[in-house]
Design a protein around this ligand. Structure first.
Ligand code: ADP
Ligand code: MG
Length: 395
């Protein structure tokens, strides 16, 4: 168990908080979704209530180690200010930390909030350079990591800084570890995992780890065709990872050995081309034609998956089961989301696109926990320790 801000005295201290303010921006530089900002508010509010002076740090996009106004955190400062109804001190400083920033932070009063510029304006950030880590650490007395989305990266602002000042977790990381951790390590059973998405390669380590834990596993979406092929079915023009077919066979064998129920699609909604306007048809997997591509699960599969979801007490879902971005191929993913929403078991969503799908269907409130970290939640589900978590003090 890691210490949180509740476990230490932050009153009167200067607290530097690594947040994940990596929000999506449109062409005009406006924030299109502020869930990552609102997710950080419980930690910030708590620190303010405790009379801490708060210094916030984050990355945004990929400025590749150079200052670039396109990736400035100014829009985040503005949004934070209106959400908290409080002034946010923000100077767009190319070096992130300079003399002026040092002076402001030294004079920061309890209850005041300062946001630094995008830490990735400095190339030392992703290199985890101790000099930059120290520059950040010198601004404060205590470090709080609350950026679950980057906890799988060992950067200056996520791990390096913890070498220099006491480090604890914020409420967001605490919540992520609690929900994801319990779902995998201590779930109410049966435990079902639903895996989907485009690329098998990305998700194989997750499947390997989850096979050790789950009672049943559903595989849908783009990655299912590699498994179907491994079972000897033809998949036409559907996305297929030829190199992973052998590995898929091995995973199917492993599931059998471990007594894990493994469900794959039995019918496929296919199209002539990758387009929402394409001609579509549903095929049984036994007779999938060679000039069509699978873009969603069929009706029979939806029923089978739904019945498995109803039986489960804990469900971990990662990866849409179809090209949900196109309305014609969104019904499979929608039916999974709806079945999860109706479940009275614990429902955990990990993965950026899965979370986006749930939001698109307006079902976010019905889920037990939607992870804010795409890559980080995947690494967690792989059973890896996240560097941004392991540097924090133990209880
Ligand atoms: P997550 O972000 O939840 O981990 P992924 O990034 O692995 O999910 O995969 C999401 C993508 O997978 C979506 O863009 C979706 O369109 C795509 N996808 C799902 N099913 C298919 C399919 N049958 N063919 C091609 N792409 C698919
Ligand atoms: Mg994704």
């Amino acid at each position: 168990m890691k210490k949180t801000i509740r476990d230490i005295n932050v009153s009167g201290k200067r607290v530097i908080v690594r947040c994940d303010f990596n929000v999506p921006l449109n062409e005009e530089g406006e924030i299109t979704d502020d869930i990552r900002i609102t997710s950080a508010l419980p930690t910030i509010n708590y620190l303010i209530e405790q009379n801490a002076a708060v210094i916030l740090i984050s990355h945004l996009g990929r400025p590749k180690g150079k200052a670039n106004p396109k990736f400035s955190l100014r829009p985040v400062a503005d949004r934070l200010s209106s959400l908290l109804k409080q002034e946010i001190i923000f100077n767009s400083v190319d070096e992130v930390v300079n003399e002026e920033v040092r002076e402001i932070s030294a004079n920061l009063k309890p209850g005041q909030i300062m946001l630094l510029e995008n830490v990735r304006f400095r190339k030392e950030e992703t290199e985890n350079d101790p000099n930059f880590s120290k520059e950040l650490a010198n601004l404060a007395d205590v470090y709080v990591n609350d950026a679950f989305g980057t906890a799988h990266r060992a950067h200056s602002s996520t791990t390096g800084i913890a070498e220099f000042i006491p480090a604890v977790s914020g409420f967001l990381i605490e919540k992520e570890i609690e929900f994801l951790g319990n779902a995998v390590e201590n779930p109410e059973r049966p435990l079902l995992a639903i895996m989907g998405g485009a690329k098998v390669g990305d998700k194989i380590p997750v499947i390997e780890n989850l096979l050790e834990k789950v009672d049943s596993l559903i595989i849908g979406g783009g990655m299912s065709y590699t498994f179907l092929k491994a079972q000897g079915y033809e998949v036409g023009l559907s996305i297929l990872d030829e190199e992973k077919i052998e590995l898929a066979k091995h995973l199917l064998d492993q599931a059998r050995e471990k007594g894990v129920t493994l469900l794959l699609p039995v019918d496929i909604l296919a199209a002539k081309e990758f387009s929402n306007d394409a001609e579509t048809s549903v095929f049984d997997i036994k007779d999938f034609p060679n000039d069509w591509m699978g873009l969603d699960i069929g009706d029979k599969t939806r029923e089978i998956f739904k019945n498995e979801i109803i039986k489960a007490r804990t469900i971990i879902w990662n990866g849409p089961v179809g090209v949900f971005e196109m309305p014609k191929f969104s019904n499979g993913t929608r039916s999974i989301a709806e079945a999860l929403a109706e479940s009275d078991g614990v429902t955990i969503i990990g993965g950026g696109d899965s979370a986006a799908a749930v939001r698109q269907f307006g079902l976010s409130e019905k889920m037990t926990h939607i992870s804010t970290g795409g890559g980080a939640s995947l690494e967690f589900l792989e059973g890896k320790t996240l560097p941004g978590v392991s540097v924090l003090q133990d209880k």
